[in-house]
Design a protein around this ligand. Structure first.
Ligand SMILES: [Zn+2]
Length: 305
């Protein structure tokens, strides 16, 4: 990039590819930028001194094509860093569902459940935003109506486009209202155990709904969209959708031993507490709350308040 000196940077691919391009953009404009320092939210220096950014996503989940977020994993430390700054929001997003036609079923499933998680977390976050609310509700409805079809009939371009739109809408929603502890919990197991982001979110989401429901009365609004009434029923509908697109409901199914889990539990719980997403969660968790949520989701148990 430094040799070629582009005026435009095109991030094309899955979320990690686009996020990597976003950070390359930062280092292209600021070769001496300090990565560690930028892990503090909203500290990325002013971009567009040298180039603008186009994002063309080939997966339908993270919404990175419209968000000020880049998630970078430090595999040596076992930590995922969400770099948060509106500077990182792409100038142009090309949201073309046909690009997703060859996306494998398990990635369609994982990324689609990530989009769903964005809609739910943005809707209940402690930032009130009417625009985010509408986008989150609309995105959630589209995921429930199209994800199974996109997984089972990969050539159905209409379903692909719908899921691509839902991902974009989820991204727009959380770019305004931000996320919550599903993402805080999920970032850690993604970094340490390589569990795909959407798959991890889908494991935590129902239990986080159960945990958060004492602090927010907003889940029933989302339950209504799927024909149910309560927070618990929303959690159950998400578990049904998760199963219908062949995603699993426990962390231990990813082959993590109990011994290894117990060894790392303190480390991941502390990192989850410090994750930037935790501050936007409707219920303020303690370290012990996060450990309890981790343990319930490790076993695939239902979290009890
Ligand atoms: Zn996500």
């Amino acid at each position: 990039m430094r040799d070629f000196e582009p005026d435009w940077i095109v991030g094309l691919g899955g979320c990690s590819a686009i996020d990597a391009a976003k950070m390359m953009w930062v280092f292209y404009e600021y070769p001496d930028a300090d990565f560690e320092a930028m892990t503090k939210p909203f500290t990325v220096p002013t971009l567009r001194q040298k180039a603008k950014f186009v994002a063309i996503p080939s997966t339908s989940g993270t919404g990175t094509e419209t968000t000020g977020l880049a998630v970078i994993t430090d595999r040596e430390k076992g930590v995922k860093y969400p770099i948060v700054s509106y500077e990182l929001t792409p100038d142009i997003a090309i949201v073309d569902g046909e690009i997703c036609a060859s996306m494998p079923a398990h990635i369609t499933s994982n990324t689609g459940l990530d989009a769903l998680t964005h809609c739910v977390e943005a809707y209940v976050s402690n930032i009130e935003d009417n625009y985010a609310d509408v986008l989150a509700k609309g995105g959630l409805e589209i995921v429930f109506q199209n994800l199974e079809e996109a997984v089972n009939n990969p050539g159905n371009i209409k379903a692909r486009q719908n899921m691509h739109d839902a991902s974009f809408m989820g991204g727009l929603a959380f770019n305004n209202a931000w996320l919550g502890i599903v993402h805080s919990l999920s970032h850690q197991v993604g970094a340490l155990y390589g569990i795909p982001h959407g798959a991890a979110n889908a494991i935590f989401l129902p239990n986080v709904i159960r945990y958060n429901q004492t602090a927010t009365s907003r889940y029933p609004d989302l339950a209504k969209i799927v024909g149910r009434t309560s927070a618990e029923e929303l959690a159950q509908e998400i578990e049904k959708l998760r199963a219908s697109v062949n995603n699993i409901g426990s962390l231990k199914a990813f082959g993590i031993s109990r011994e290894d889990w117990e060894k790392n539990l303190d480390f991941i719980s502390k990192n989850a507490l410090e994750d930037p997403c935790t501050g936007f969660n409707p219920r303020k968790p303690t370290l012990q709350d996060l450990k309890d949520l981790y343990n319930a989701s490790f076993e695939g148990d239902i979290y009890q308040n």
